[in-house]
Ligand binder design. Structure first.
Ligand SMILES: [Zn+2]
Length: 248
């Protein structure tokens, strides 16, 4: 492939400097697999941009550490991650920008599927995993506008802005809460269909006000109360439920 021609043919967004235009070029030739790795590293590194180990990436991607090593080398060569031997990897600014744009596409598609096509909230993630790789900035901006510029996806996660800014929601896992804590159910740590269906069975909905009645130390389960019922949450589920605690 003639890389120079490919680069010249791209029209970078207004205001992007030459350095970013260069990465836009790279962006356009990233494979879905490469994009998925950037996204996984982004999710694993969290807000602090902490180093992520090869084993953690292998776990997240459900693949062998040796495959991760190959991909890490590729992404480092493209300037998208920094690799510190025996310590782990971190996204570069360019890598983070791309990861956030994939997360943005993913979450906007989830809103679209739920609101416009009447998918259930446990069905949207799998389809969005495919749609997030569609390469058209125009499509995504039109989608955003069509949806009325939503700020959160159906699982309560904030949608990054076009320029890559993302709201940091103060939230804690239910498993880290104590009896008498009160707050709002704002998000889930797992978008697996099984888990979301479990929440549907409990009739727990994002935005529900909850109060923790007690924590069972034997199995780490929680008894919680919403405005109209009291439910038991297993210890496993408590590790996947995010609460925004009331300010004391
Ligand atoms: Zn999702």
């Amino acid at each position: 492939m003639n890389e120079t021609i490919l680069y010249i043919e791209l029209i970078p967004p207004k205001g992007w400097n030459l350095f970013e235009r260069y990465f836009l070029y790279i962006y356009n030739i990233l494979t879905p697999a490469e994009e998925n790795y950037l996204k996984a590293i982004y999710h694993l590194s969290g807000v602090s941009n902490a180093l992520v180990t090869t084993n953690a990436i292998a776990d997240q991607m459900d693949t062998k550490p040796s495959s991760v090593t190959d991909m890490v080398k590729k992404l480092a060569d493209k300037g998208l991650i920094n690799h510190k031997k025996y310590q782990g990897v971190a996204l570069t600014d360019s890598g983070k920008k791309i990861a956030l744009s994939i997360v943005r596409k993913h979450r906007l598609w989830e809103v679209f599927l739920l609101e416009k096509l009447n998918f259930a909230w446990d069905e949207v993630h799998e389809v969005a995993e495919q749609l997030e790789h569609v390469q058209s900035d125009k499509l995504i901006e039109k989608l955003d506008q069509h949806l009325g510029f939503p700020r959160f996806d159906p699982h309560g996660d904030p949608i990054p802005s076009r320029s890559g800014k993302i709201l940091q929601v103060e939230k804690v896992l239910l498993s880290n809460c104590n009896a008498e804590d009160k707050g709002i159910f704002v998000g889930v740590n797992s978008s697996s269909a099984e888990f979301l269906q479990y929440l549907d069975k409990l009739k727990l909905v994002l935005g529900d006000r909850i109060e923790i009645l007690f924590k069972e130390s034997f199995d780490d389960s929680f008894q919680i109360a919403t405005k109209d019922k009291s439910v038991t949450i297993s210890g496993k589920a408590a590790k996947n439920i995010y609460i925004q605690k009331d300010e004391l």
